[in-house]
Design a protein around this ligand. Structure first.
Ligand SMILES: Nc1nc2c(ncn2[C@@H]2O[C@H](COP(=O)(O)OP(=O)(O)O)[C@@H](O)[C@H]2O)c(=O)[nH]1
Ligand SMILES: [Mg+2]
Length: 449
């Protein structure tokens, strides 16, 4: 087991008023600490010889500090390598409550345990070869998932299927690389180990596969990060009223004064099983007010970043706004409750009375779903920007190598490019990873994971 000798601990459940709080401790020597602070009996110290206890056993007893009882607990025993981190692990199920945790916290510190850093348990699991980097990241995604789809995607990656697919591509590249390099050894004899057209065919094949993976990030990002949905339109058309209606709360200020919303406001929203990042913007108009002007500029930026734009028009005064954007948009005519005539074949609503607002929600959900390519979901889709970037990098090197083959370049140049492509793939699963990448990934975890 690859480990430092530090024994780390953290609550694995939120600390507060609850039936139990689970505290996880991991590291070499954890059982000798437990031996000192765990007693079978509340009346006298009856220690346990943990070397005689089988892994995956639960023991009932008492945490003790000398003669004093700290809590009545159940401890779970996990022996290396059969634990989450791969080290010796103890999970204490203690009574819930902040004060109770405080006491146990003090006890563990006094006996030489230290607080874990965010993600340190999972980092140890990775360093000890229990999981690869994709799986470690999937654990973090799973904890953060807010929808069924996001949770499914995370579980899928946790299962190792994506890792295996990457590993298969990696195996292919190692293969081609060694053939190209083997040919170098026979260059004197002019022997061809792999025919150029065969190599080209194989490289093409692998490029296509990698491309397919990286393109699936278009869907994967939306599943994990949410649909960026921006509400836009002229001042006073009812953007903020629609925003509040969708959120079911009075988040944005609504008045009859045009130019009320100055800065954009962003709130997460779950509709139809998808996460949306809903953005209310300042109305787009020419203005000399410095603050509003800045707001309008920021609004434009949010419109450019949007996956889906909700373009709101006031049906009592149907002028179209300056929407020179090309992405997907839904046009909606608001204030139908006070309009004299409403346009035919258009989506008309009243955010004030709620009329047709359900239809609007359904339209939004339908459009958002069409942003996710269902065929990608049944495939292995990439939800992590880091993975996508590694795939793109790998692809670039392979395209270079292909070009070199076509130009009849020397094998050493070709093999160099293939090797670089290989390294980029290996970065995904963490076969080659630098310390900065690891720290960056694990620092985003919660403490105790
Ligand atoms: N009658 C009616 N008034 C509305 C409707 N939606 C918004 N308003 C009113 O229009 C004014 C401007 O609304 P607001 O949401 O602040 O517009 P924004 O500037 O586009 O954000 C407010 O007085 C709202 O109460 C609607 O559907 N019907
Ligand atoms: Mg507004």
């Amino acid at each position: 087991v690859n480990s430092t000798n530090k024994i780390i601990f953290a609550p694995a459940t939120p600390v507060g008023e609850s039936s139990i709080t689970v505290i996880r401790i991991s590291g070499i020597g954890v059982f000798s600490i437990l031996n000192k602070i765990f007693s079978k009996s509340p009346d006298s110290y009856v220690p346990i010889d943990f070397s005689q206890v089988a892994s995956h056993t639960l023991l009932h007893g008492y945490l003790v500090d000398g003669k004093e009882i700290v809590d009545e607990v159940v401890v779970g025993i996990f022996k290396s390598p059969n634990s989450y981190t791969g080290e010796d692990v103890v999970e204490i199920s203690s009574h819930g409550g902040r004060y109770n945790f405080k006491k146990i916290n003090k006890l563990l510190i006094n006996y030489g345990c230290i607080h874990s850093e965010p993600g340190e348990f999972t980092k140890r699991a990775f360093l000890n070869g229990k999981i690869d980097l994709v799986q470690a990241e999937a654990i973090s995604d799973l904890i953060r998932a807010k929808t069924e789809l996001a949770s499914k995607a995370a579980l899928h990656q946790l299962s190792g299927e994506f890792s295996r697919a990457v590993d298969k591509l990696r195996g292919d590249l190692i293969n081609y690389c060694s053939l190209v390099e083997l040919e170098l050894d026979f260059s004197e004899e002019g022997l061809e180990v792999i025919a150029k057209d065969v190599l080209l065919y194989k490289l093409n094949n692998i490029i296509e596969q990698i491309k397919k993976f990286s393109e699936s990030y278009d869907s994967g990002r939306i599943v994990k990060e949410g649909v960026n949905l921006t509400i836009t339109g002229n001042p006073n058309v009812g953007k903020s009223t629609i925003f509040n209606y969708l959120l079911k709360e009075n988040r944005a200020i609504v008045t009859d004064i045009p130019g009320t919303t100055r800065d954009y406001i962003e709130e997460p929203l779950i509709m139809g099983g998808l996460v949306f990042n809903l953005v209310d913007t300042a109305g787009i108009r020419e203005t000399s007010n410095k603050i509003e002007k800045e707001g309008v500029e920021r609004s434009f930026k949010k419109i450019v970043e949007a996956d889906l734009v909700l373009n709101v028009i006031d049906s009592t005064n149907p002028v179209t706004s300056h929407n020179g954007f090309a992405q997907r948009s839904i046009t909606v005519y608001n204030k139908m409750d006070i309009a004299n005539n409403i346009p035919e074949n258009e989506l008309c609503v009243s955010a004030l009375t709620g009329q047709n607002m359900e239809e609007l929600q359904n339209r939004i959900i339908k459009e958002a779903n069409s942003l996710i390519h269902k065929e990608d979901i049944s495939e292995l889709y990439v939800t992590n920007e880091r993975h996508r970037d590694c795939l793109l990098k790998s692809c670039e090197y392979l395209v270079n190598s292909k070009k070199l083959v076509e130009e009849g370049a020397g094998n050493e140049l070709i093999s160099f490019e293939i090797r670089e492509a290989l390294h980029s793939l290996e970065e995904i699963i963490g076969k080659t990873s630098n310390v900065d990448i690891l720290n960056n990934i694990f620092s985003k975890f919660c403490i105790g994971k």
